[in-house]
Design a protein around this ligand. Sequence first.
Ligand SMILES: *Cc1c(COP(=O)(O)O)cnc(C)c1O
Length: 386
Amino acid sequence: MKDEPMDKEDILKELSELHKLDYDYADGRILGSMCTQAHPFAKEVYCKFLDSNLGDPGLFKGTKYLEDEVVKSIGNLLSLDEAYGNIVTGGTEANIMAVRAARNHARKYKGIVDGEIIIPSSAHFSFKKAADMLNLKIVEANLDENYKMDVESVKELISDKTVAIVAIAGTTELGLIDPIEEISKIALENNIYFHVDAAFGGFSIPFLKEAGYDLPVFDFSLEGVCSITVDPHKMGLAPIPAGGIIFRKEEYLQVMAVDSPYLTVKTQSTIVGTRLGAASAATYAIINYFGKKGYSRMAQELMENTYYLKDGLQEIGYEIVCEPELNLLAFNHPNVETHEFAEKLEKFGWKVSIAKCPTEAIRVVLMNHIKRSHLKELLEDLKEIY
Ligand SMILES: *Cc1c(COP(=O)(O)O)cnc(C)c1O
C-alpha cells in the first residue's frame, strides 16, 4: 500500500496484467481440476449478495432462507425429506464439520475422548486436516482389488474409540464409489457415525442414476448414513467457494453449537464466523435455473466425453487404470514413467495432474470446460507422444 491513493485505472491495469498469468478454463487445457468456470448467471447473482453475512443470519433473513432452501434441495436430491446443514466454502470445510459433529456426538453420548476415524486410503486429504484439528487418530482402511474401500478391512479396524467411518462417493483420484450400502450396515450395527464424502459425485450420481446409469446407492436412503458432503462448486457450476454439508438430524448441528453472544442468533455450529451468503444465493439460482433435467443432461454429456477419451486413448495404446464410474479418467503410457509422460504433455500446453493412489497415473477430470474439440486436440497430441 502506498501513502497516496492510486487511480482506479492504474490499479485495474496492473490487475489485468496479473490476471493474464492465470490459466483460463475456457482454453480447455486444464485437465486435472475438479472446479470449472461457474455459470454466468450464477456469477451475476453472486455479485448481488457480496455483503450478505450468514454469520449473523438475523440481519440477512432473505439470504438465510436461500441457504436453508439450498440445503433442503440438496437433501431431497439425496433422499432426505428434512435436511439440516450449511453451505460452506467447499468439501474441505464440509468434511471438517462432519468429523467435528461425529467427534462431539461420540464424546457426549459415548464418552470417547481419544477418538479414531476410519477412512479409506483413497480419501481426500481434507480428512488429515480434520483429524489434526480435532485431535483424532486416522485409521486407514485398505482398498480392494477394484480400488474401493475394503469392507472386511473396515470391520477389522472398528474399535471402542471409533467416532466415525468415512466412505467416498466419487474419489478425488479415480472418481470411484465405495461400497456405501455395505458400510452403512456395518456402521448401523456398530452404532457408529457414518459420513459419505460426495464432494465430487454429489452433483452427478443422482442425475446419472435417474438417466439409467447403473450406479450404487450412496445417499440417505441408507439408514446408516449420517451426513453427506456435496460441492456445488464442482459439477454444480456454482462459483467458488461453495460446498455443502447435509446432516440427517439436527442434533449433529447441536452438538457443535457454541454460544455467539453479540449476534442475532444465540448459537453457531459452523466453523467460520462471518461467512458468505453469496454462495448460497448463487447456488439457489443455478440449481433452479438448471433443474434436475438440466443437470442430468450435463452429467450425461460429461460421461459421454469420458467414454470418448477412454476409447481414443485405448485405440492409440494407452492403458487406463480402471473403468470410469464418473467423469474422471486415469491413464498411463505403457512404457514411459508417469512424471516424464506428464512433462511431455505439459510441453504441448496441457495442465495435467498426477494421481498417486493406487498407482501413479495421469488423471483427467472431464469438467464442463473441456469440450469435444479439446479432447480431439489432446488425442492428436497423445498420438504424437506415443
Ligand atoms: C474436491 C474434494 C474435496 C475437497 O473439496 P474442496 O472444495 O477443494 O475443499 C473433498 N473430498 C472429495 C472427494 C473431493 O473430490
